[in-house]
Structures are given as C-alpha cells and as structure tokens.
Design a protein around this ligand. Structure first.
Ligand code: ADP
Length: 381
C-alpha cells in the first residue's frame, strides 16, 4: 500500500451528512481527507500517518473516547495529534457537558461549535496541520539525533577500545626499555661520565612516569569496560575497609586519622566503590598540608532519593573554579609538587556515573576539600 499523505485529515462524523459535507469542503480547499466509519478505524489508520482528526461529538461515547485517549497516550514522544471536535451549538445540555468532559484527556483538542462556517473549518484544519508539521519536523530532528548518537557511541567505543589496546600493548615494550636502561646504567658503572649518567637517569624517570600513566590508563579502560550490575548490593563500610587495607602503609607513614561511621548498603558493585574510596582517600593523604597529619572523615547522609557520600579532608585544597576540571582524564592542578597521573578522579567519575550517580568537589585553598557522590540505596527507585 502506498504511504498516505502525512497531512491527511481523518473524519469521523457518522450521523447525518456532516462527514460528506466536511470532506467536500476540505477537498475544495486543497486538503486531503478520508472518512472513517469508527474510532477503531481512526486509531488503526493513524498508524500510517495522519495530519489531524476531526470528530463529531455525538459519535463520542465513554468506551470509544477511552480507546482514543489510550491510543493518543501511546503516541511517540514527538507526536501530539491535533483532534478537532464538532460540538452542538447553543445551550450546553447535561449530555454535551458530559461528552466534553470525556475529551479532557485527549490532549491537543480544539472545539468547533455548529452550525459550522466553511472558513472556520478551514482555518481550524490549517492551524492543526501547521502544528502537525512542526511535530514532523521534531520527529525528523529526533531521528537524525538518534542516528548521530548511534554513530557517536560506536566511535566512542572504538576510541575506548583503542585506549585499552594501546595502554595494554605499550606496557611490554616500555618494560623492555626500562630493563635495558637499568642494565646499561649498571654496565657503564663508573666508566660513564656525569652527563651520560644524567641522561640515563632521565630516560629511567621517563620510563617510570610512562609506566604509571599506562597503568592508570589501563585501570581507567577497565572501569569503562566493566559491566554495571545495578541489582547488586554493596556495603560501603566494607568497601572503605578494603580501600584502607590497600592504603595501610600510606596511612601509617603519614600519621593520618581516618574516621567513618554509618556507611550504608547501596546498589552497585562493592569492588568498584572500594576503588572510588581508594582514589579519594589516597588523594586526601597525598594533598595534605606539610607538617599537619591528614584527617579524613567519610560519612553518608540521606537525601530524598539517594545517599550522598562525602570524603572530607584537612589538606591543601584548591580554588573552587577548578572543581569540575579535575574530574577530566589527565587533569592535574598540582603538577610538579606531587606525584600522580591525573586519572584517579576520572575513574571515580566513571564509576559513580555508571551507577547512576554524580560526583563533585567543594574546596578552598588551604582549607581542605570535600568530595561528594550520590548513590542509590537498595530501596530507592
Ligand atoms: P592525581 O592525584 O594522580 O594527580 P586525580 O585525578 O586523583 O589525579 O586528581 C586530579 C587533581 O585534583 C590532582 O592532581 C590534584 O591537583 C587535585 N586533587 C584531587 N584530590 C585532591 C584533594 N583531596 N585535595 C586537593 N587537591 C586534590
């Protein structure tokens, strides 16, 4: 069957001559229209493209209005099909009032009172088709956005794949460079002059830095590839304890105190949350004020629909204007003074967002920092 003109007006006016007259008027004005015998026919015809629907109110009954309203509710999101209803003129009776009340849920409804004038019908149909044309424009825009999105997702996936393969495969040649540089330094021993030794140690430092970058980039790629399991429950208290056991040496070396209390069960992967805590707490230990042992407080508060988890420290802090930037890959504020690759917070952001949450930071130079993220509890929808 040939596709129907998307601006076709469907008419349902089964009593009297209204249907035929209106069709003739519309044809005369250059519109395409089609008479439908029932509301069912309107619903099924609408699937193949319709500009507007025109219905005589005496054809409306509770059951078929419900059917129409059900149908209109199931339209795609861009669609708000214009419905023109011909009402009886004069004093509103109880039954006309009742029918008009039934129409409320239909949405994009225009009432035309009879007796009808040709100009009124034409102008109402023109207005309806104009709004319908805009909806079609929106539909086309959505379609092209959707296909652009599919393309972007594919490209993004390829890039992620590339980051994984590159960081993984570069590790081995780099390891070789590291081993042979060390060997060269050893073999040269005292024979090497000052300049050669300086160059060798420069290469060695470069190799170590690159190893750290590749290791963290690989960790980042693994987070991207990890399946999200939204139905699992994770105990944040246990996740933090796991993180602290990994950081135990650093905690002891820095003389840090770490306080936490009442961390809840949440929806998600405990191992990944432990990774988040590991990154946040290790930053609190690293970016501490010289001569002042780090103090870290991890806590959780209930919000309306989720938990807000906070990691607060008494460290060097940073200007609030950088608070978003630091979650970007390789973004660092304290470049030379502190070791690091700028990947930790990007990993935290990915993990939190994979769990449907958001992460942000609040800070001021030399007044400590607070990193907060949201996460759903097992009973939050
Ligand atoms: P890294 O620590 O390896 O540089 P991150 O992604 O963990 O990378 O952090 C990015 C940057 O954010 C850091 O380089 C640092 O400048 C800043 N930052 C992160 N955590 C803190 C903190 N607790 N206090 C002060 N600055 C911080």
């Amino acid at each position: 069957m040939a596709p129907r003109n998307p601006e076709c007006v469907l008419i349902h006016a089964p009593y009297g001559r209204d249907g035929a007259v209106i069709e003739k008027v519309l044809r005369g004005a250059g519109f395409t229209s089609q008479v439908c015998e029932s509301i069912e026919a309107i619903c099924s015809e609408t699937y193949s493209g319709t500009g507007a629907v025109l219905i005589a109110d005496e054809a409306l009954r509770t059951s078929n209005v419900e059917q129409l309203s059900q149908f209109l509710k199931s339209q795609e999101r861009w669609s708000d099909l214009p419905v023109i209803v011909l009402t009886r003129g004069g004093e509103a009776t109880q039954s006309t009032r009742y029918r008009l009340r039934l129409l409320a849920p239909l949405g994009n409804v225009t009432l035309l009172e009879r007796p009808l004038r040709t100009e009124t019908v034409i102008s109402a149909v023109e207005t309806a088709l104009r709004s319908r044309r805009r909806q079609y424009g929106m539909r086309d825009l959505l379609r092209s956005l959707r296909s652009a999105n599919v393309e972007l997702t594919a490209t993004n996936k390829e890039l992620e794949e590339f980051a994984y393969v590159a960081s993984h495969d570069l590790q081995e040649p780099l390891r070789m460079i590291g081993i042979f540089t060390q060997k060269m330094i050893r073999e040269l021993g005292d024979r090497a002059d000052e300049e050669t030794r300086a160059s060798a140690s420069f290469v060695d430092r470069g190799v170590r830095r690159m190893e750290a970058l590749l290791r963290d980039l690989l960790a980042f790629s693994r987070v991207i590839h990890a399946e999200s399991q939204p139905d699992q429950t994770a105990n944040l208290g246990d996740a933090l304890k796991d993180a602290l056991s990994v950081l135990q040496n650093r905690v002891e070396e820095t003389g840090a105190t770490i306080a936490y209390n009442g961390l809840p069960e949440v929806l998600g992967n405990q191992f990944q949350f432990s990774h988040v805590f590991q990154n946040l707490v290790s930053n609190s230990l690293k970016y501490s004020k010289p001569g002042e042992p780090p103090r870290v407080v991890v806590s959780a508060q209930r919000d309306e629909k989720c938990w807000i988890v906070s990691v607060e420290d008494n460290g060097i802090g940073f200007e609030q204007e950088h608070a978003q930037r630091i979650f970007g890959l390789f973004k660092r504020l304290h470049r030379d003074e502190y070791p690091g690759t700028g990947v930790g917070l990007a990993i935290c952001k990915r993990i939190v967002e994979k769990h449907g949450g958001t992460i942000w930071a609040e800070s001021e130079p030399s007044r400590g920092s607070i990193f907060r993220f949201t996460v759903k509890g097992p009973h939050d929808i």
